[in-house]
Design a protein around this ligand. Sequence first.
Ligand code: ZN
Length: 296
Amino acid sequence: MISNLSGRGRSLLILSTAFSLGVSLLGQATSAEAPSPPAIESPSRTAPAQSPIAELNTGPRTRLRGNWVGRQPVSPSLKIVVMAGHADSQGMHGSGTPGAAVDQRGEAPMDPRMRDELFWNRKVRDAVVALSKQKGLNIIGYDPGALSIAKASDPRTNWSVARRLSRQGNYILEIHFDAYSPHGYGSGLIPALNRNLNRVDESLALSFGRFPRLFRGGLGGPRRGISILEIGMLEGILEANLRNPKTREATIQAIALQVTDALMLGVRGKTSSNPPPGVVDNAPLTSNPQTNSEVE
Ligand SMILES: [Zn+2]
């Protein structure tokens, strides 16, 4: 869900002591030695038997379309930082969508501490980071360590960290799910506003859809260097497959694979891992037959 963010709505100051885990850059260490992040649950061994999903269905692409093109090449070692949208904004304006199941059908939230959107944003963030690392991308996750941080200028917030790391040339990707119909727009990328649009923006837009660059006049996140990825509206088959314990993990992994493939294409020009060491792959994105027709 995209908040209209001239401010993050600080009027509700929520006690965040219980969640004050401090600033942590997840996965800074190599994957072999990285500790499990404390605030994020890992898949349980006792999880229900998983059913495969026939095909990932993230619903319609954004009904508002952009016509920008990301042309700037990026380094094969581009550092990517993945965030969960609304990770520090619970209990205040801009906390994300509750999703159709909770808001329209009165089902229980996945976690009473947070909107369902954040619950899924975090799951997808972690799955994307894990899978992309396996494929050799230079990628980490970031979590603010507190669910409610009153001041956007606090150095722990997604916005503060994004502004700092974006200036250093990192690619900041923030995972979101959009609101349900008729409020949401659909899946797609709203790219950062503080730099030239690059091949990673282009690849994600080809895979998920393309919002106007100045969506709602330019959102707070993109102004600070965040590319917002709306996975899809939190409703229908997508939400049902996420909520169903039997299809949950497969759905999260399928989403992570789609994001990772798009990142690989943007960074390396191909989705397979293990590129020749030291070789810059300049294969054009349009060599991917699945996305050919979508170049704008
Ligand atoms: Zn959102």
